[in-house]
Design a protein around this ligand. Structure first.
Ligand SMILES: Cc1cc2nc3c(=O)[nH]c(=O)nc-3n(C[C@H](O)[C@H](O)[C@H](O)COP(=O)(O)OP(=O)(O)OC[C@H]3O[C@@H](n4cnc5c(N)ncnc54)[C@H](O)[C@@H]3O)c2cc1C
Length: 354
């Protein structure tokens, strides 16, 4: 079987790894000329690490990533909750912090070890499908037919558009922002800090991604000025503002083409699940192709995506709502999580599940 993976983001790289692991003949093409140095996703969930274990990527990820064992939640700079998940019962339940470009770098190295290299600087320019094969044209004026294609070409997926698969949902009007910074001083690289402030429940989040480096995220347009807590920033590597869309493809399959990752779904970064969901799609797509269960792929992954979008939206509404009832509910939930061990365990399980 000849299989093409479109896009060398985390989803495409995971799909190619899973196909190569199963001994499938696969190519992976990427429109960009070189790997990205920028990072969007910074949280890897334990379920993702577990799924990548067989593919040989878990150990190098674990060696580099920061285990985020503690969570400090503040309201107007005053501690609401301090959650410590360092105990042994949470050993496989804490998320990891790592810049997306490093996650991609590790996946690429592991893929290379399986004999597959990403073809950078090569875009898919046209795609169509019959019941038996997919016909693909490339930017170097060649074309080829494939038994299967996994389209991991991101939120603006041209594949999805060419196949006319609807991507219904909404685009939020406001902008959120991020900053990647180097830090000195008293910084705990295992602690996530979430500060909720102001009458409109704005937030700023500090999430370690290296020993002296953190991702700052904010529900305002300027992550750096949203930080109200003392932070010894020595260097700003990157700032960006972005809009959030909440959308899901109506179907993840057309003929011989499977959609995976942001090509199939997108939602707010609250909870840090988007990349993880895409990597889970990727493994499911590769397994469906190798074991002949493709008919089920769209139904099962659509349901999994829908559940994650629903939970993520609930969390986004709760943390950003100015409604006094929602604020009280959030506060009570935090109190219960921090004071009742069973609720703490249930929260970590829910949060880190994909
Ligand atoms: C600010 C921000 C923070 C986030 N934080 C988190 C987080 O902490 N945790 C988390 O899980 N998720 C997070 N996400 C979401 C996460 O970044 C995405 O879900 C993830 O990058 C999607 O991966 P992907 O491989 O599906 O798509 P992408 O990463 O977008 O990769 C698609 C690739 O396809 C290539 N491509 C596109 N068209 C073509 C073509 N025609 N031919 C060849 N190649 C093509 C593109 O160049 C690109 O490299 C965040 C998102 C944002 C915006």
């Amino acid at each position: 079987m000849d299989i093409l993976v479109i896009g060398a983001g985390p989803t495409g790289l995971t799909a190619a790894n899973a196909l190569a692991y199963k001994g499938m003949n696969c190519r992976i093409v990427e429109r960009k000329n070189a790997p990205s140095e920028l990072s969007r996703a910074v949280g890897i969930m334990p379920a993702t690490i577990e799924a990548l274990g067989e593919l040989g990527a878990a150990d190098p990820l674990l060696a580099e990533a920061m285990p985020l064992k503690k969570m400090h939640i503040l309201r107007d700079e005053r501690t609401l909750v301090y959650l410590d998940s360092s105990g042994n019962e949470f050993r496989k339940r804490v998320p990891l912090g790592l810049p997306q470009n490093r996650t991609e770098g590790i996946l690429r190295d592991v893929l290379s070890g399986k004999g597959v290299e990403v073809e950078y600087g090569l875009s898919v320019t046209g795609i169509s499908t019959t019941q038996d094969s997919a016909l693909v044209s490339f930017s170097n004026n060649t074309s080829d037919s494939f038994d299967w294609v996994i389209a991991a070409d991101g939120i603006q997926s041209a594949t999805r558009e060419q196949l006319k698969i609807p991507y219904p949902g909404i685009d939020l009007p406001s902008k959120w922002s991020i900053a990647d910074v180097d830090l000195a001083g008293d910084f705990d690289p295992e602690e996530i800090t979430l500060d909720l402030y102001g009458p409109d429940n704005q937030f700023s989040l500090i999430l370690p991604i290296e020993k002296h480096r953190a991702r700052i995220a904010s529900s305002t347009e300027d992550a750096l000025s949203a930080i109200k807590l003392p932070l010894d920033i020595t260097n700003v590597r990157r700032t960006a503002a972005f809009k959030i869309s909440i959308r899901q493809a109506e179907s993840y399959r057309k003929g011989r083409i499977l959609l995976a990752g942001d090509a199939a779904h997108c939602h707010s970064p609250v909870g840090g699940k988007g990349m993880n969901l895409g990597m889970a799609d990727a493994i499911a797509a590769a397994m469906a192709i190798t074991n002949g269960s493709v008919d089920e792929y769209s139904r099962l992954r659509h349901a999994a995506g829908k559940a994650v979008v629903k939970k993520t939206e609930l969390a986004r509404h709760l943390i950003s709502s100015a409604n006094p009832m929602a604020k009280s509910l959030l506060w009570l939930s935090f109190k219960a999580i921090s004071s009742i061990p069973a609720v703490h365990r249930a929260f970590m399980k829910q949060w880190t599940a994909i």
